[in-house]
Design a protein around this ligand. Sequence first.
Ligand SMILES: NC(=O)c1ccc[n+]([C@@H]2O[C@H](COP(=O)([O-])OP(=O)(O)OC[C@H]3O[C@@H](n4cnc5c(N)ncnc54)[C@H](OP(=O)(O)O)[C@@H]3O)[C@@H](O)[C@H]2O)c1
Length: 322
Amino acid sequence: MYIAVFVAAAVGGGILLVLRRLFPQQEAVKLLRYPIDMMQGKTVIVTGANSGIGKAVAGELLKLQARVIMACRDLESAEEAARDIKEHAGPDQGQVVIKHLDLASLGSVRRFCTEIKEESKIDVLINNAGIYQCPYTKTEDGFEMQLGVNHLGHFLITNLLLDLLKASAPGRIVVVSSKLYKYGHVNFDDLNSENNYDKAFCYSQSKLANLLFTLELSQRLEGSGVTVNALTPGIVRTRLGRHVPIPFLAKPLFGLASLVFFKSPLEGAQTPLYLACSPEVDGVSGKCFANCKEEELMAKATDDQAAKQLWEVSKRMVGLTD
Ligand SMILES: NC(=O)c1ccc[n+]([C@@H]2O[C@H](COP(=O)([O-])OP(=O)(O)OC[C@H]3O[C@@H](n4cnc5c(N)ncnc54)[C@H](OP(=O)(O)O)[C@@H]3O)[C@@H](O)[C@H]2O)c1
């Protein structure tokens, strides 16, 4: 009996140690508390608001009485998410509007922006939607999927909505990146990875592109009353890893690890929420945040030359003219 308990404790301890190495402990997350009417009268677009971090941010903004535009590619899933967040947002909630947006189609992005231009104003745009390590596929317009969805689709939306955002100033743009940017670089010679596809590299490349986009945009927005900041949410328990195969036997272990070591979607939503609402970041622009604090970036994410080059290339790719 004692031996069995000892062996179980040793094995359990060993597993916990391995999991701790694989998923380093994240800083404890303090949930933000804002006045209930903090976002009353504000219109906020959240891309990918039907799932994970986006859904949690949309839910929190709804509680703060914002008009939340959920920009989603799967309308059925968006309806279900909207029902869920409304149910939890209490009696004095804001308003939810669902709009179709497929970031893997420039046509869809353009149609979405045409519809949005009927809004009298947009106060905050949260570029949250993302795809991670999918098999090699191309968007409708022939871009490698991760670059196309994570960077180029959002690049086009932001540019098409800039006039409305500026006219509604003060405004904010929030860009959800990832710490995995560290493992990428922008491969200008083969942006669509036609010669060689490494799914992990392409995700990192797209998330570095998010940061370079934020840097260049912040300079272009100087004096406009609109700010743009990026964030890295940490490791969050969402459906992002859906394309990553986990061996059948490792699934329970992974499930356990994600429960113990990953942030919940609500915890993961705190930094985007902070950047969307907090008075502490009034006028702050071109920065990256983690756990609601400014984060220091590697030189490759603060490279002005690369940011400008990426901007010009992206403009050509999505067919934007001045
Ligand atoms: N979870 C993490 O640990 C983590 C870490 C670092 C950064 N991030 C970033 O956080 C953001 C949110 O991801 P998440 O973790 O919340 O994952 P998630 O639950 O998978 O949510 C991703 C969202 O993006 C949407 N999306 C994907 N492709 C799209 C497309 N072509 N057009 C429109 N929407 C599309 C998804 O829609 P469908 O439901 O229809 O697929 C979903 O709503 C992403 O930018 C991700 O890179 C997450």
